[in-house]
Write a protein that binds this ligand. Sequence first.
Ligand SMILES: [Zn+2]
Length: 191
Amino acid sequence: MNGKRVAVIGALAIGLAANSSAFSGAEPAMCSAGGAVDFGSVHPQDAALSSALADGLERSATLRGLVRRIQLLNGVVFLAAGPWRNQADRTVFSGGMAHTVAVRGQWRILFGRVEPSRGDATIATIGHELRHAVEILETPGIVDAASIERLYERIGFETHAGAYETENAGRAERAVRSELSRCRRVAVTNR
Ligand SMILES: [Zn+2]
């Protein structure tokens, strides 16, 4: 078993064009969480990813809900920065979640990657990958790569060798993207 195989992937169709309008800065805030953002148990491993997550948590109720849900499910998610390269066929994705889970007491720890510095597209991809984390955490008995693979063979569809996609992750990504489009202000954060 290759532990680095990708379980789930970011949509290839995410466009780089989404970057520019989000940073125009001219539009007033249309919505806000109205306070400090709480990363819960999601840990971006990069300053740009942290900024994207903070921005997204201000502007997207769906993203806030996913972060809360992960913590309620005793999940921990580490998000590294960078594109995901599918080990089997070298396809490059904007994000992915590893097939690995570490169990420490009551906590299940998951590992993903998201390509940073793509504006709102990065935030939508974070939402997509966190939805996959919820899929895993909501399933009892997932304690290793084999049980993750069994889950995705059941709930997902294989898009590339060893890489699975789900309807729910796509739906979450679209919801985040829609909320971001209605709230274009990008918060400046230094988290
Ligand atoms: Zn996916």
